[in-house]
Design a binder for this molecule. Structure first.
Ligand SMILES: NC(=O)c1ccc[n+]([C@@H]2O[C@H](COP(=O)([O-])OP(=O)(O)OC[C@H]3O[C@@H](n4cnc5c(N)ncnc54)[C@H](OP(=O)(O)O)[C@@H]3O)[C@@H](O)[C@H]2O)c1
Length: 315
């Protein structure tokens, strides 16, 4: 039987890369990986080709290139790149283009990597957190959530994938423990005693692969995934064990986090506050057992730390 091709946006990145590897590693060889990149000749592009992926050029800012890249495929994995440009409007235009290209290609199954539109629970009139960019509470969440309708309105057979905080942010996004003036390490999170659903970025792609393997069962569904739901104190305790030195939990209030001044600090401060204020809904939408049923290799935070602790910069 011919393999079913999955066109993977962001194939050289975290989410899409995990999916390409999951497709290529499956001994059942049920699917083929078509890796989309803006530059197939790059080191990452040629490495994916060497691993067995079909590597094609596409840019999410160019709908025609997406149409070409999706043509003849069974499915697509659609993801946007907010932190490359910080523009919710651009993110929505990219989601709309992917939905349209999926529709035009007649795909049987798209996965849209989305997040909650926080304004459904925190309307702009709610003063508990500031409104940002004029019409958002958590711009990088709201833009994704608002974009769900592009897939739904066009009738694209879509699974809406609610992802979680990557533990890899401790390596790549400045979220690792930092040394205080006393020389001791502290892990900062503005979530008090509330739980943060987290996941190894690699596991997002593996879960997405599990969704494709289920066939039509999860089309039209919202599927949330996480590896564990942990409080900041629990994460600090795991960091202490893994690093072999004490890591304190520094539970700053969200308004302090919003004031840290790095690009995106207000967006992330609001995001963590939302996750804390709606802990039950947010964790409830990301069932651990279901995530594991999609991806039996799903890692815990301790397992992820075991493999990645040496990469965490301890500033
Ligand atoms: N960090 C977190 O905790 C977290 C949690 C949940 C969701 N998210 C969301 O995850 C999204 C990012 O996904 P990711 O982490 O997988 O991204 P990533 O690792 O930063 O990957 C980005 C890849 O996307 C490609 N890319 C960038 N702009 C492109 C364009 N215009 N057209 C086509 N490809 C483009 C690049 O590939 P080429 O250079 O090869 O083209 C790059 O390798 C963000 O929207 C973020 O909000 C993040």
């Amino acid at each position: 039987m011919a393999k079913k091709t999955i066109a993977v946006v962001g194939a050289t990145g975290a989410q899409g890369g995990g999916l390409v590897r999951a497709i290529l590693e499956d001994p059942a060889r049920e699917f083929a990986a078509r890796a989309l990149t803006r530059n197939p000749a790059s080191d990452k592009g040629t490495a994916l080709a060497a691993q067995g992926a079909e590597v094609v050029a596409a840019d999410v800012d160019d709908e025609e290139s997406l149409r070409r890249a999706f043509a003849g495929a069974h499915g697509s994995f659609c993801v946007t790149f907010f932190w490359d440009h910080f523009s919710p409007e651009k993110e929505q235009a990219q989601a709309r283009a992917m939905a349209q290209a999926a529709k035009d290609a007649g795909l049987k199954h798209a996965i849209w990597s989305t997040l909650e539109d926080t304004r459904l629970l925190v309307p702009l009139s709610d003063s508990r957190m500031p409104t940002l960019m004029g019409k958002y509470k958590v711009p990088h969440f709201d833009a994704k959530g608002e974009s769900d309708r592009f897939f739904a309105d066009l009738g694209v057979p879509t699974t809406f994938l609610l992802t979680s905080f990557y533990w890899d942010n401790l390596v790549h996004f400045g979220m690792g423990p930092k040394k205080g003036p006393d020389g001791k390490l502290a892990f900062t999170l503005p979530m008090g005693d509330k739980k943060l659903p987290g996941i190894a970025a690699e596991d997002i792609g593996r879960c997405a692969y599990g969704i494709f393997k289920r066939g039509p069962e999860l089309i039209g569904k919202r599927v949330g995934i996480a590896g564990e739901h942990l409080t900041g104190a629990q994460m600090a305790a795991e960091l202490t064990r893994a690093l072999g030195q004490p890591v304190a939990y520094n539970a700053v209030p969200p308004e302090v986090f919003r004031g840290f001044g790095f690009p995106g600090a207000e967006d992330l401060g609001n995001m963590f506050q939302y996750k804390a204020d709606f802990e039950t809904d947010f964790c409830g939408a990301r069932d651990l057992g279901f995530s594991r049923s999609l991806n039996p290799k799903l890692q815990t935070f301790a397992q992820w730390l075991g493999a990645n602790k040496d990469k965490i910069p301890l500033g």
